[in-house]
Design a protein around this ligand. Sequence first.
Ligand code: PXG
Length: 469
Amino acid sequence: MNTITIQAPAVATKRTTKEWQQADAAHFMHPFTDFGALAKKGSRIITRAEGIYLWDSDGHKILDAMSGLWCVNVGYGQQALVDAATRQMKELPFYNAFFQTATPPAIELAELLAQVSPPQFKHVFFAGSGSEGNDTVVRMVRRYWDILGQPERQIIIGRKNGYHGSTMAGASLGGMSYMHAQGGLPIPNIVHIDQPYAFENGKGMDTAEFGKLAASWLEAKILELGADKVAAFIGEPVQGAGGVIVPPSTYWPEIQRICDKYGILLVSDEVICGFGRTGNWFGCETMGFKPDLMTFAKGVTSGYIPLGGVMVGDRMAKVLIEQGGDFNHGYTYSGHPVACAVALANIKLIQQLKLVEHVRDDVGPYLAEHFAGLREHPLVGSTETCGLMGAILLVKDKAKGLPFASDLEVGMLCRSHCFANGLIMRAVGDRMIIAPPLVMTRSQIDEMMALIRRCLDLTLADVRAKGWF
Ligand code: PXG
């Protein structure tokens, strides 16, 4: 075979932190970043990982309580995934699925996804990421209504502070106003209702009542727009990037009832909640609803390689397959064989290690108990968990439920203590959030809780010293 052996490793590993930072600042434009500010400050360079830990280029060990970016469900260093990628790269590194062709890993993955998904899902459309998956959602939902002779059903309803990605369609479906402010978004025929966040929208209300009230905003919006104009509703079972906002248990069943009443398609964005995160295979199972479409990405490969897609429920699949004709949409990497091979190995590993049950019966309840214990801390206004994701709300006055002024950026203050103490926890405003790898053990949760408590204490000392508390 006519191949060239490359002697040197592809990545120079001998640079110092300063050298990495200089090259980074000179050439690499990071996502969601103030390029100029980061260039001055210098990036943190992560060089390796094992289990639930990362190491940076200065040799610091860090407990990764965010699973990379909500994705490394099986933890780092799983050889089965490395072997699957290596084998597939040797056998067939790429072939497309466009011109009436398919590859074995894509077919087997489609089959396995149908097995682990709720029963209404037997079909999948592959994409390269969660954002691409949600672009597919917009195209497929509108195509469905076209086929059925109702092309005026164009509008998709999302939620303020929802996150569905960063492409034109993803960012439009999402309700992040600071994203809409750049690039002329949202695209036409996408509207938003308020989120089911009791701290902001349902103060003092009974939780169950608030859940029903928040769902009623969907019905009000449908009636305002005209039901015959509304194509679909999309939401994350638990809002992730918005700050791990766990809706009341009454919310999703009521959303389902309203969608059914008006014949509107229901889309569950499972990019974060899928593949065991909430203690079931998918978040819609935990929250008790039956969507027509499910977007997935992240946990499908535990982030080892990019892959996303959309599970297509029977209601839509029947129309698209039996009446649809050509669907003029797809990506070069729809069903990429290496990505699919890694996803197969990942899902089989989740099954072998019984990670869904581990979250549901063991570490999920254990985390819930420990997060509830944090409520005694003077800074903590409330805590919430769902499976292996959690949020801690930092407040100025817990008795009165008073938040800190947002320009004080108390969450960012806490986050810098986390970084300095070897813990990755994200700040969404003053909500400190975690979504650690699902392989985490009880003793690793103990270790994480000790770090969280230390960082909360350091933050409390800071806000007291600054006279903000
Ligand atoms: N849907 C949901 C629910 C997501 O959380 C996407 C879609 C988009 O996926 P891709 O693969 O295109 O990024 C996401 C992604 C954060 C953060 O700061 C969250 C995401 C991405 C980047 C940052 O919490 N979620």
